[in-house]
Each structure stands twice: as C-alpha cells, then as structure tokens.
Design a protein around this ligand. Structure first.
Ligand code: ATP
Ligand code: MG
Length: 368
C-alpha cells in the first residue's frame, strides 16, 4: 500500500483523559533522561562571554536555555547554549552561527528577536529576547482557547511566518513549545483580546534533520506530534514553506482542541499516524468549533503539501475571514501603554487616522 494513502482515522479522541504527553523523537543510540542529555553543558556556571547566567529557563533538543544578563548593555536575555564538544563539528557550529545571523535580521513583533550568536568558554550560544510568560503549549495543552481566539492567534503567527518566508527563512520546527508568550504591559486591546503577545522562537535555529553530525548522536531531534509527513519521513528536500504551514495547522489544532493532531505511545507510532492517518476532526473532540475554521485547520494539515495553503499569507487571510464579522468594534483601539512598551509599533501622530485594511485588520497585523 502506498504509505501516503490515508487509512481509517485510528485515533480515538486523543485523550480526553489521562496524561498524554507529546512523545519525543529521539534519534541515535541511547535514550538518555533529559537531565543527562546535556550533561556537558552543566559545568557552565556564571559567565559566558559578556553574559552572566542567572538561572536555567528550560531544556530542549539542542541545549539549555538560561536567563542571563548581558553586562555591556545591562539587559536581560535568554541565552541558548549549545555544547561545542565533539557532537558539533566546526562546520556545524559555523552553520549554526550563520543561521542565527540570518534569523537576527528578522524583525517582527510576533518573532523572538535574536541579538547575537557567538562562542565562548567552550560553548556556542545564541542571545535572544527574553520572553517571560511561558509557552503556548503550557497554556493550551488540555486547555483549548475559544475558537475565535485560536484563529486570531494563528492568524498573527501566520503573518509573522510569511514575513520570514519572504526573507527566505523557513522555521522547520514550529510547535506550541516554540511559541513564547509575552505578557501584555497593560490592558492591550488588540483584536485577539488575549492577555499575551505570542512570539515564535527559534527561527533559523531549528534542528537540521539532514545533518549527519546530529543524527549520529543521541540528541533529541524533535517532537513528531507536530511534524509534517514529509519531515517525519525524512524527505528533507521537500521541506519548505508548506512544512511551516502544516505546523501552523498543528498549532491551530492544539489551540482548538487542547491536543496535538497525532499522539501515540512511541515516536514510531506517532510518525505512522502523521504519515498515514487523517487527523480526528477538531469538532469531534470539542463542540462549538465553526465548520469553516475546522476546514482551514484540516487543509493546513493535509498530508500532501500541494493540497495545503500555498503560503502562510493565504492561511492568515483564510483565518481572518472566519471571524471578520464577529469582532466587537472596540477592539481596534490598542492601549497607548502597549505601544509605549514595545508590544506594538509606536502610535502614529494624533491627527493620523489608523487605516483599516481589507479584512478589518490593522497595518501591524499584516506582516513584514
Ligand atoms: N527566548 C526565550 N525566553 C524565555 N524562555 C525561553 C526562551 N527560549 C526558550 N525558553 C524556554 O526554554 C525552554 C527550552 O527551549 P528550547 O528551544 O531549548 O527547547 P524546546 O523549544 O522545548 O524544544 P526544541 O529544542 O525542540 O526547540 C522553552 O520551553 C522555554 O520554556
Ligand atoms: Mg525551542
């Protein structure tokens, strides 16, 4: 049978109960507990170049993320530290740095800013904007958003992704744990009404599935729950714009239902579902999801990249249409404090009337 042929929806409602945790794809020889995977970066104590480490924020497949203070600029940053041991060749470190530098050129309110990439004290690091409100996964896992908020959230993420795509940057690892939440400085009243501004992390830093230097190790290479079929099958030459569109669909799915589109006991099982099984319809897991929104979610999650939205903008525009008429009139006036805090671009002069664009959104929600 063609492995791409969808089979019966095999998942019974993912997991209305129990403790489903997105499984983690581990490639390589041994399965090490998370605490041991990065034991080689543990010795990092206080200083890495210009940065003083304050505390650990979290760990992922590439390394450890610390809250740190950049001494020369006296500001807090998130410092992602990657072991520069035998795991990472010179070529790999160079590529890592080049990619970080490319991503540093991205400037968008919904993308975590990268400040600098470098090497010091035997580690490679990336200094980036510190986002203090946790991850979208922490918010939405088992705790879905109202459909309109989910649509608005993914619309703004899709416009940010469009901006990156226009600059030739593909993320390759968009997932709810790579979306960080910046608490609003004040009563920010944008169209979403959400108390935080979502920001996509790790643009340009996503792990390279085609890299033998990494796949030969036991580094964790990704969570297959949100991975596109082409990535899950290792078809790296097919990974592109539509891979990020699939992942945005997976983020929307979790925001709407509280669960990733595919789950399973093992990475292998999840990948089988990702490649062969149609996702359970969101409306089967939760009532009140508009049909049009469900159709958008399922189109983004099509197995065949050709059948997905052809650009992130197309996805964003489709989402905007689903709630266009439901928005209360008041939501088009953001609070001045949000502009002052950098949550939104500076306010125009008072005599300037904000132009509403087609679809009812404000200029800063459009993308680049
Ligand atoms: N810029 C940041 N500001 C605040 N916290 C961050 C930042 N970047 C990462 N973190 C925290 O560190 C944790 C680990 O991040 P990291 O990117 O290493 O792993 P991940 O996103 O969970 O997985 P992956 O390695 O697959 O991306 C995140 O879950 C988040 O809690
Ligand atoms: Mg990450």
């Amino acid at each position: 049978m063609d492995p791409n042929t969808p089979t019966e929806p095999a998942l019974t409602p993912p997991p209305a109960s129990g403790d489903l945790k997105p499984a983690t794809l581990e490639i390589g020889v041994s399965k090490a507990p998370a605490t041991e995977i990065h034991s080689d970066v543990q010795p990092v104590k206080r200083k890495i170049g210009d940065y003083s480490v304050i505390r650990e924020l979290g760990r992922g497949g590439m390394g450890v993320v610390y809250l740190a203070r950049q001494e020369s600029l006296n500001r807090q940053v998130a410092l992602k530290v990657i072991p520069a041991g035998p795991e990472a060749s010179e070529a790999e470190l160079k590529r890592f740095r080049t990619e970080a530098e490319t991503a540093a050129a991205l400037s968008h309110p919904n993308i975590v800013s990268i400040y600098e990439a470098g090497q010091a004290n035997g580690v490679a690091y990336v200094a980036m904007e510190y986002v203090s409100g946790g991850t979208l996964h922490d918010q939405t896992y088992k705790n879905p958003l109202p459909p309109t908020e989910a649509a608005l959230l993914v619309e703004s993420l899709a416009r940010a992704v469009q901006c990156a795509h226009e600059k030739g940057i593909i993320h390759r690892d968009i997932k709810p744990s790579n979306i960080l939440l910046a608490p609003r400085a004040g009563p920010c009243v944008d169209r979403s009404g959400l108390p935080w501004l979502p920001k996509i992390a790790d643009f340009g830093l996503a792990k390279r599935l085609d890299n033998p230097a990494l796949t030969a190790s036991n580094l964790v290479l990704g969570t297959p729950n949100y991975m596109s079929p082409e990535q899950a099958q290792g078809h790296n030459q097919r990974v592109g714009v539509s891979t990020d569109i699939y992942a945005l669909g997976a983020v929307l799915y979790e925001a709407l239902t509280g669960y990733p589109p595919f789950s399973g006991e093992t990475s292998f099982e999840i990948i089988q579902h990702v490649v062969r099984t149609p996702p359970v319809r969101p409306s089967h897991l939760r009532t009140g999801i508009p049909q049009s929104l469900e159709a958008i979610c399922l189109k983004a999650l099509e197995k065949d990249p050709q059948k997905r939205f052809q650009s992130a903008k197309e996805l964003a525009d489709a989402l905007a249409k689903t709630f266009q008429e439901k928005l209360p009139a008041t939501v088009i006036t953001p609070a001045p404090s949000d502009h002052a805090s950098g949550c939104l671009p500076p306010l125009p002069p008072p005599q300037f009337k904000l132009p509403l664009l087609e679809g009812g959104y404000l200029p800063w929600q459009v993308g680049c």
